[in-house]
Each structure stands twice: as C-alpha cells, then as structure tokens.
Design a binder for this molecule. Structure first.
Ligand code: ADP
Ligand code: ASP
Ligand code: MG
Length: 404
C-alpha cells in the first residue's frame, strides 16, 4: 500500500464534470489499495476573477484581506471535491490549510512555510478517510490566513508529501507532463519522460510555469518523487528525478519563455564601492525580489545598472530607486515593461562548447536584438523585446533539434 499525494490544478477541477472525473480517479486509486491525500487549487480561473473583483472594489487592497479573499477559491473546490468523493462511497473530509497544519511566516500573498503539523491529516488517514486539502494557503505565526504565492498549491502538495513521507507526489494538470517548451507556444514540443531537479528548477525559474519553483526546491530538499501528469488522459507523464543526464542525451532539454517581468535601468551610477549595495538595500527593504542583474563596464567614472523584477513590482522598484537618486547622485531611472525572456535549459550544456554562440546566431538570423544575458552552468537566458518571444522560442526549439 502506497501513500500518494494527488494535486489537482484549476483546470482539472474547472467544473462539476471535471470534479466528478477527479473523484472517480481518486476512488479508483483508493480501491486499488493506496491511501490518497488530495490537494486542490481553486476552480478554473477563479483566483484571477477574485483578484479582478478586488480591483473593482478598491484601489487599496491590504494584503491580509487579499489573502482572506483568495483562499475562498480553494475552499469552494475542496468541499466540492470532498462531496464528489462521498458520492463515490469514500469516507472523506476537507481541510483548510490552517486545519492541515500548514504554518507560514507573516509575508501575506507570498508566505513561506515554516512548519508542517499535519496531525489532523494523519488522523484522518488512520481512520480510513481520504482527506482533501485546500492548496495555496496556510496560517501565519500571527494566526492570520496567508497564501503561498501564485501557483502555490504545488507547494502545498509537496510540503504535505514530505511531511507525511508519501511515496509520490502526483501533480495533475491540463498537459500530459513537462514538455521541451510550453506546448501552447511551440506545437512541436515533446513530452519529456523524465527531467532532473536541476533542470526543472531552471525551467520553473524562467517561465515554465507547469510547476511552481518553490515546490521543486522543496521536493528536492526533502527527496519527494514528483510525477507531473494529465487529469484528462491519466497517462503516465514526466518524473522529476535526482540524476545526472547521461552522455547520449540532448545537450539542450528545453526552451522556456517569460513575459512576466520588467526591466529597470539606473543610469550613471557613480563608480564607487558601496553605491550598488546602498541601492539594492533600498530595494530589499521594500520587499522587491530581483531576478537578472547586469552592470555595464564603467566609462568616465559612472556605470549603468539594469535589473529585472516582476511587472507588478516595476513601479515600486522605480520609486525605490527614485527615493535614493539624489543621495547616491545617480542618473535617470527607467522602467521597461516591454521585455521578454527566452532561456535554454540543459544539464548537458556544462560539457558542451558553442551553445551560446549557436543561440545568439539563431536569434541574429531572425534579426532579434539581445538586451541582457545571464547564464548558469545549465542555462542561458536572454532578454529581448516581448513581442519577439514566441518567434524566438520556436526558432531555438528547432535550431537545437527539439522539434517532435
Ligand atoms: P495548473 O492549474 O494545473 O496548476 P498551470 O497553468 O499552472 O496548471 O500549469 C500548466 C500549464 O503550464 C500548461 O497548460 C502549459 O501551458 C504551461 N507550460 C509552460 N511551460 C510548460 C512546459 N515546458 N511543459 C508543460 N507545460 C508548460
Ligand atoms: N489558485 C491559486 C492560483 O491561481 C493557486 C494555484 O492554483 O496553485 O495561483
Ligand atoms: Mg500551476
């Protein structure tokens, strides 16, 4: 008998029919002799709908209240899924994140899990129940309701799988696994039978939104086997595994795209020790997360610094820089919302020269200008114009032999 955590994303529980299909699958698994803990996202696009509603109501949206609002989405789906399971003849009960013992810090709208105390879930399992847990939510050390960041139900599922020592965490979604590129962007993308944690983390960090980055980090740290698969076809999907890629495998495994970020440029930063530190301290204190950072070589004693942030943080980042402009004697500050990022990911890159040159040549052959570059040992990211991203991803996917 295995213990399986099954997480169902928004589309997988998008309407009554989908919820019944999910319940049938859970019931099949339970009748097959396994124990299942179900984790659900809010139905369909309901989290976006709630955010829109909040926008209509007020321009002032305290984060505590946003969290209260958004967690309602997962409450609806958890109770409906639990009812559907009861309809299948299972003993079942639904639990909020708080009831499931998910204790977080107090950073509303992107809280981090500090501790798992899933006693009620363990008890339910012992009593023969199939528990259904609301994804994406927890309770803070201040006893307020928190959310774990967009896509956070993945984190709930992995954290529960780790705490309960589950045999596998299955992430059910609307595609049949992890592909060599977003199948909605590149129709010729291929499903990967397995992918390493390293590669999956780079993909998740650069736009491959099929798994939330923090869930992959968490799974690796706690050794949770992850299986990404479809709730529409139920066929085996992609295993995320801890392993070195063998020599014969592709040098480049996947191409990702991301148009969710903006670029902030701070011009004429005096070239003195401590200035960049002061600038980035200001951004950190405002709670702004930075992604890529590039500093040009200094000419005439000043330099330009560019960095990328979530589009939603662009204005706050610009204002933070503006706040220390006079103090630091820096020049003009601009926010560019029109950028996009394309990234090559592949564990085989470490030992292969010429990948960067081929990537840049491919972009050049499409007359696509590169604005920023950042690399790790298994990734190359370039910032280009946002409207060229789809063309760039398709061209790179073909150039690196990934087309099905
Ligand atoms: P869920 O609601 O199930 O969590 P998400 O929308 O968060 O689903 O993630 C699934 C989506 O991720 C797919 O519909 C697909 O468009 C997108 N996606 C992006 N990159 C990839 C990739 N490399 N492989 C598979 N899906 C990807
Ligand atoms: N419902 C939340 C969101 O849309 C969490 C999730 O789906 O994982 O971001
Ligand atoms: Mg998701």
């Amino acid at each position: 008998m295995a213990l399986v955590v099954q997480k169902y994303g928004g589309t997988s529980v998008g309407d009554a029919e989908r919820i019944r299909a999910v319940a049938e699958h859970v019931a099949r698994t339970v009748r097959g002799g396994d124990q299942v803990v179900v984790v659900v996202s809010a139905m369909g696009k309901s989290t976006d709908d709630l955010l829109r509603l909040a926008d209509e109501v007020s321009s002032v949206k305290p984060k505590r209240e946003l969290d209260m609002l958004l967690t309602a989405g997962e409450r609806i789906s958890m109770s409906l899924v639990s009812m559907a399971l009861a309809g299948q003849g299972l003993k079942t009960a639904s639990f909020t994140g708080s009831q499931a013992g998910i204790i977080t810090d107090t950073d509303h709208t992107r809280a981090k899990i500090l501790e798992m105390r899933p006693e009620r879930i363990e008890e339910a399992l012992r009593d023969g129940y199939t528990p259904v847990v609301a994804g994406f939510q927890g309770v803070s050390t201040d006893r307020d309701i928190t959310t774990l960041g967009r896509g956070g139900s993945d984190v709930t599922a992995v954290a529960l799988a780790a705490a309960l020592k589950a045999d596998v965490c299955e992430i059910y979604t609307d595609v049949t696994g992890v592909y060599s590129a977003d199948p909605r962007v590149v129709p010729q993308a291929r499903r990967l039978a397995k992918i390493s944690f390293d590669e999956m983390m780079e993909m998740a960090a650069t736009g491959g939104r099929v798994l939330m980055l923090r869930s992959v980090e968490f799974a690796r740290r706690h050794g949770v086997p992850l299986h990404v698969r479809s709730s529409f076809t139920w066929e085996p999907g992609t295993w995320v595994v801890e392993e070195e890629v063998s020599m014969e495998e592709a040098v480049v495994s996947a191409v990702t795209d991301d148009t969710s970020e903006a670029k902030i440029t701070v011009a004429n930063v005096p070239d003195r020790p401590g200035l960049a530190a002061r600038l980035f301290r200001e951004l950190a204190d405002k709670g702004i997360n930075l992604d890529m950072i590039v500093q040009n070589t200094s000419e005439h004693g000043t330099t330009d610094i560019s960095f990328t942030v979530e589009k939603g943080d662009a204005e706050a980042a610009r204002l933070a820089c503006e706040g220390v402009r006079e103090l630091l004697e820096i020049g003009e500050i601009t926010a560019d919302l029109g950028i996009g990022r394309v990234t090559l990911v592949g564990a085989g890159m470490k030992s292969n020269a010429g990948i960067t040159a081929k990537m840049f040549e491919t972009l050049a052959s499409h007359d696509i200008n590169i604005e920023m570059i950042s690399t790790s040992s298994i990734r190359i990211s370039t910032i280009i114009r946002g409207e060229r991203v789809v063309e760039a991803v398709r061209a790179l996917h073909t150039a690196f032999g990934l087309d099905a």
